[in-house]
Design a protein around this ligand. Sequence first.
Ligand SMILES: NC(=O)c1ccc[n+]([C@@H]2O[C@H](COP(=O)([O-])OP(=O)(O)OC[C@H]3O[C@@H](n4cnc5c(N)ncnc54)[C@H](O)[C@@H]3O)[C@@H](O)[C@H]2O)c1
Length: 356
Amino acid sequence: MTEDLRIGVVGCGYWGSKHVRVLSSISDVDVALIDQDAGRRAQLTESYTVFATVPKLEDVADSLDAVIIATPPTTHYPVAKMALDAGLHVLVEKPMTTDIDDAVHLNRLADERGLCLMVGHTFEYNPAVWSLADTIRTPEFGRVRYINSARLNLGLYQQDTDVLWDLAPHDISIINRILDSRPTSVSAWGLKLMGDKSDVAYLSLRYGDIDVNASIHVSWLDPLKVRRTTVVGENCMAVYDDVSDERLRVFDKGVDKSTAETSPGHPLHYRNGNIVSPYIDFQEPLMLELNAFVRAIRTGERPAADGSSGLDVVATLCAADASQRIGGGWVDVPHPSITASATNGDSSLRLVEVAK
Ligand SMILES: NC(=O)c1ccc[n+]([C@@H]2O[C@H](COP(=O)([O-])OP(=O)(O)OC[C@H]3O[C@@H](n4cnc5c(N)ncnc54)[C@H](O)[C@@H]3O)[C@@H](O)[C@H]2O)c1
């Protein structure tokens, strides 16, 4: 019989309370609540059985195997560092940190100590995203040419991040996962409409290694809730819509490229074929994510959304910030080494010569 894992949830607010709900349903896991706000802890103890409820991680670290960190983004690094220093496995919410060097440091600490470092890229555990990835890898779909992703809603304005750092981690992690790649350069611009932080932002990503372009639109200021990723392939197109009953639709649609090439100047021919919505055995992504965390702790198996996946997203967002500072110019995404023995993780941001 395996011993129960003792997992503390640091930050029991909107998202942390969902972690508590799901963790409480996993057998062989005991939960501790850690939040500086006693009221939030008290509310959760009415619904769930926990073995400890404390304001600070230090108060219970000695009795834990692991933590889930669901505090505001600027606190992720100090809390995660404290947890790794205390020998705990860590699942830290997105964005993993708000600085590249901090993300590199957490990866190296986890590597040195043989601990699991996972990031809360929940959509990497969404069966519809897996189905999208499988679809676009088929020969029938053809080479991926372009991806467009939109994540819009009215609210929830965040205190310590802008909309790019709040919402775009989801889109970037989805696109990285389905392409099995990471951006090489980015260009970004944001609008500050309601306050001193961007609440609407646009991001262009270049995946130079595989010659694919992607664009992302995120907004806290839109009348409609939109969570949609469109992939345009050489032969087909696919739309993943997380708020639709048909989460994935594959369109046998496109432009007949051969006519465009053989008869320049002639009207393009469009293909309009079937639209298929594949069956998806949907399970709650947070449950799949937390099961993967528990499995990683018990077996040493590296989770899909590991620390390096978190670093890729943080590096992309830091490059996007640098791009905004220079008016939307293209900036290389740094990919510093994360192995504990590496001494020269180059995390500097460089402006890219834009091809005219
Ligand atoms: N993966 C997802 O789909 C998803 C969805 C929503 C939010 N999130 C992430 O979850 C995190 C939390 O977001 P939220 O909306 O739940 O915020 P929230 O403000 O509702 O909750 C944060 C909680 O953390 C507590 N807290 C802050 N600093 C603390 C500390 N040092 N020690 C103990 N408690 C502390 C606060 O008292 C509060 O209860 C963010 O990083 C956010 O990006 C992820």
